[in-house]
Each structure stands twice: as C-alpha cells, then as structure tokens.
Design a protein around this ligand. Structure first.
Ligand code: SIN
Length: 355
C-alpha cells in the first residue's frame, strides 16, 4: 500500500497516522495486519505461553479460556511485543465491557467530565445515561448521553496528563476484578509478580483517534503494559523508538489483548482510526449476549444499553505497574501538585487526543 508513505523520512509515523485517519479518499486497509487471520504472515510467530502458570480454574474466574487454548503471537523485529487474539470465554467480554461503562467510570475514579461537572454530577454516569442509550435509534441524530461524552477514566494511581507522572497522594483502590484479570494474563506471558497499579481507559467513537505517544511515565519499565479492547475495531500503529521509524498498522478487535514489554515497552504507538468490526454486524459475534453464558447479566436493560453504546464505540483499557517492588515515588514539587487540578489535566489530555 501507498509505498511512498512507508519510505524513511522525517516523521514517518505522523504521515501514516494521517493516512489512516483520512476520510476522503479512504485509506487502503488491505495491508493492515489482522492477527485473527495472520497464520501465514512472515512477521507473525506463535508466542510461547506459560500455560502451567495459570490454572484453568483461575483463568475461568477472570473470564478467560484455559491458557492452552489461547492464540498468542509475537512479531519479528518487535521483541517483547505479544498479541493474544480474544482469549475470553463466551459471554465474558460482555461482563468486562459493562464494567468499563457502568462500574469503572464511578467515583472515586477520575474522568474527563470532572472538568466541567461537580463530583455530584459525575457520580454515576451510567444511571444518567442508561435509558437514553437504551432507547437510541441507530443512525438517527440524537442528543449525546453523558457516557457518550466520556473520553477517559483513570484508575489506581491517577495519571497526571500535565506532568505525565503518577503521585502517591492521588491514588484510589484499583478495581479488584481488573487487577485479577491482568495478573492472570501477565502470568501466562511469563510475568509472575505483575501488580496492576494504574489504569487508563479510553473511550472511542468512529470519529475518534489517539495521538502518537510513548507510555514512559511508569517507573519500572521491566514490567509489561497490558492493553485490552472491546467493541468496534481499531487500526493500531506500532512504531519504533524514533518518529522516523515507519509504524506497522494492525487491527485490534474486540477481546484482543496486547502486551508491550522489554524493548517494545517504549515504542511509539497510536490509534488513528476506529473501524466497524469486520464481521459486518452491528456488534462482533463475541459480544453476542447469552443469558446462560454466565450469571453476571441479571439486568437485561443494562446489556441493551451497553450494546447500543458498543455498536458505535470502542473501549480500551491499559493496565500498568507503576513501581518496582520496594520502590517509592520521588518527592513531588509544589508546582507539580498544582498541575494536578482537573482543568489542567483535561486540557493536556485534549492535546494528546489528536496529535
Ligand atoms: C493507549 O495507547 O493508551 C491506548 C491504545 C488503544 O486504544 O489501543
């Protein structure tokens, strides 16, 4: 595809980012790597997983298939990068997607809407959006619910978009279920002592993108960064250590998990484009909701609202370990503390959204 775009040169990443973001004429997606159909791609190799390190019962508790059944891949030229093609048990993606929409945006977690609204007003975005979402008519222009205005949520050590740091006194309990899921995935990939300490959830619609960046705020790079997606698909660009390195475009579909560790932990990456799932239905089949698949969905109305949201959206959770065992935070200056105000956080975040 577009060979000229792949040539080495100044900021090859930005050029490819703009190419995939472009609407008219639309980009050629035919060379975007699709791990779910990648068996014959020369760059793609089967990843060695540590099936014995997560027993089937523990995997099942997190909603995961036995590790022996996972399809996991590495990429030649990207040591430390791993891709797991939807390892979830049937029905469980619905559970996790609902957590992202209903539970994790609740206080005391922090979100972009905190800039414009009081904690009282953002206390339960789900309750304020559920009926509006459930009753939406696909394709019709209607007022946006609060949940559709949600762009990001932070968990655990809350990321400071301005200073690009975490701090010990801006911490709330990390969700126990997500920590458990992350620890099982990390262990299967050979990271046994992984501690989920910070999370950033990104909420995307078909017109959203996430700018070019490197996740380098954590203090222990030896630990992996986990990235888990639900809903519609994304074109994800994985670059090199320099902006001049042309990135590799790949799809992330619902349920897919990416692990960035080792030297791939500090690679440039971005999401230029959200695309409808490639199966062609409103929702990918892995998000079909069957009440018998587990008992987490007692409230059908909740799922109806989640499904409506996911028909036009994608949610991504990244989970990080911030500190090495026994390590503590450096002392924060007064100006860094001041820069923790939500207004400052949001304006910095908006800058990152569309670089
Ligand atoms: C991120 O890099 O922070 C998120 C990437 C994604 O949405 O896949």
């Amino acid at each position: 595809m577009a060979a000229g775009l792949l040539e080495q040169g100044e900021d090859a990443f930005r050029r490819l980012f703009k190419y995939y973001k472009r609407r008219r004429p639309p980009p050629d997606f035919s060379t975007v790597l699709d791990f779910s159909r990648a068996e014959k791609n020369l760059k793609v190799q089967i990843a060695p997983l540590n099936a014995a390190s997560v027993n089937d019962k523990d995997a099942c508790k997190a909603g995961l298939q036995p590790v022996s059944k996972w399809k996991a891949y590495t990429l030649a030229g990207y040591p430390g990068f791993m891709f797991i093609s939807d390892p979830f048990l049937p029905g469980w993606q619905c559970y996790w997607a609902k957590q992202c929409l209903k539970t994790y945006p609740r206080k005391p977690n922090v979100c972009n809407l905190d800039l414009h609204m009081s904690p009282e007003e953002t206390k339960d975005l789900w309750e304020q959006s559920r009926e509006q979402l459930r009753l939406k008519t696909p394709g019709k222009r209607e007022a946006k619910s609060l949940l559709e205005k949600l762009r990001w949520v932070t968990l655990g050590y809350h990321y400071n978009w301005e200073t690009k740091k975490y701090s010990p006194d801006h911490y709330t309990t990390f969700p126990v279920d997500l920590a458990y899921l992350s620890e099982q995935v990390a262990a299967a990939c050979g990271f046994h002592q992984f501690k989920a300490e910070a999370g950033i959830l990104n909420y995307y619609h078909f017109d959203s993108s996430l700018g070019i960046h490197v996740d380098e705020s954590e203090m222990d790079y030896s630990k992996p960064l986990l990235s888990i997606s639900f809903g519609q698909s994304a074109v994800f660009l994985l670059g090199g250590r320099k902006r001049q390195d042309p990135p590799l475009p790949m799809y992330m579909h619902s349920g897919d998990i990416m692990i960035m560790s080792g030297s791939s932990r500090l690679l440039y990456h971005a999401v230029p484009r959200i695309v409808p799932n490639l199966e062609g239905g409103r929702l990918p089949s892995c998000l079909e909701h069957t009440t018998t698949s587990n008992n987490q969905h007692s409230d059908e109305g909740d799922w109806e609202a989640c499904a409506k949201y996911l028909e036009t959206s994608r949610v991504n959770m990244t989970v990080r370990q911030v500190l090495e065992v026994g390590q503590s935070f450096p002392v924060e200056s007064d100006s860094e503390k001041r820069r923790r105000h939500p207004a400052v956080l949001l304006s910095s975040r908006l800058l990152r959204e569309d670089k």
